[in-house]
Design a protein around this ligand. Structure first.
Ligand SMILES: [Zn+2]
Ligand SMILES: [Zn+2]
Length: 330
């Protein structure tokens, strides 16, 4: 391997992957365990971030508090490192490759014991403020193309540390799933002069069977085409392509509904491991993607992809999304 980490493009599909051998060095509290067990506070690397050698980027406090509540820090074992120059695309025989340049940061709330759904509204909103502040910094960097924001909760979802935390990875290419989503929504827009996500929201509201919960500014529903049992999507009701442009007064509706949806999943589905992530229009070629509609996807780790799924890309979902919504709504 030429660099610390590399993005490599599949010659046939055009999709990108990252090769990052150094990620193997990170500590793993769940090593050898397939069940999520609560790690004690003593020895938790996120209790004193400076002491455990994390480079701190920003600190957020609650209005009536003098100590930190949320911090943004650099990942100590990043798959990508930014450096001073933009990533350079090179070739190796027929293959294309980009040096692994970008950012891999973490947003860490102080609370070791409470996951996102259990935090008070102020803390939950501070996490999203941290996301947006850091996102805006990435968006001003012309070397970068996309920022992925997500939470891994539990070992089945890929978490290596118990203490609830969130990640932000900024990369120099637009990832395959986002590309598919962008081209699909662009196609729909060209044909119907409307946002495909707004059309889905409108139909789901009219139909009602897959809605889990809605509030003034956001809606959560089980998607008609659900890739996993109990998959959930949360959309801001106002059409907006870009996460970085969401107004603070509108964020609270999405944040509140994310807490509510995760809380319902915890209670109704016996607290499964899960991933949630944000899908938004990329930071590169910004003006091109106003037809997109940013949103959050929640995927509980309930089923395992097997040969058919891996071989075809067709997921077999064993719970009807109508039934999933009914259970989560009740
Ligand atoms: Zn902790
Ligand atoms: Zn829309």
């Amino acid at each position: 391997m030429k660099y610390n980490s590399e993005l490599r493009q599949d010659l046939v599909s055009g999709d990108w992957i990252v090769i990052a051998p150094k990620r193997n060095l990170r500590p793993h509290q769940f090593a050898g365990k397939d069940r999520r067990v609560k790690a004690p506070k003593a020895g938790c690397p996120f209790e004193d971030l400076a002491k455990s050698g994390h480079e701190i980027i920003s600190v957020y406090q609650k209005k009536k508090s003098k100590s930190w509540d949320v911090q943004i820090v650099k990942n100590k074992f990043p798959a990508l490192d930014h450096g001073n120059i933009c990533a350079i695309k090179t070739r190796e025989g027929p293959y294309s490759m980009i040096e692994g340049r970008g950012y891999q940061d973490m947003v860490i709330p102080k609370n070791h014991d409470k996951n996102f759904s259990q935090l008070d509204a102020e803390s939950a909103n501070l996490i999203f403020r941290a996301f947006q502040d850091r996102y805006r910094f990435f968006a001003s960097d012309s070397c970068l193309a996309y920022v992925s924001i997500f939470q891994n909760w539990g070992p089945k979802a890929g978490a290596s540390i118990y203490h609830p935390h969130y990640q932000m990875i900024a990369i120099p290419v637009v990832p395959p799933d986002v590309n598919h989503s962008l081209s699909g929504s662009a196609r729909y827009f060209a044909k119907n002069k409307a946002c495909v996500h707004c059309a889905m929201i409108e139909w789901e509201k009219k139909n009602g069977t897959r809605i889990i919960k809605e509030n003034k500014g956001a809606i959560a529903f089980a998607p008609y085409v659900s890739r996993e049992p109990f998959e959930m999507r949360i959309f801001p009701k106002k059409h907006l392509a870009y996460f970085e442009d969401e107004k603070e007064e509108d964020f609270k509706w999405v944040v509140g509904l994310l807490q509510e949806s995760l809380s319902r999943m915890k209670i109704k589905l016996k607290d499964p491991d899960y991933n949630f992530f944000i899908h938004t229009a990329p930071i590169s070629e910004k003006s091109k993607h106003s037809h997109y509609h940013w949103h959050i996807e929640i995927l509980p780790k309930i089923s395992i992809s097997a040969g058919f799924e891996l071989g075809t890309g067709i997921e077999i979902t064993v719970v009807d999304p109508d039934e999933a919504a009914k259970i989560l709504r009740s």
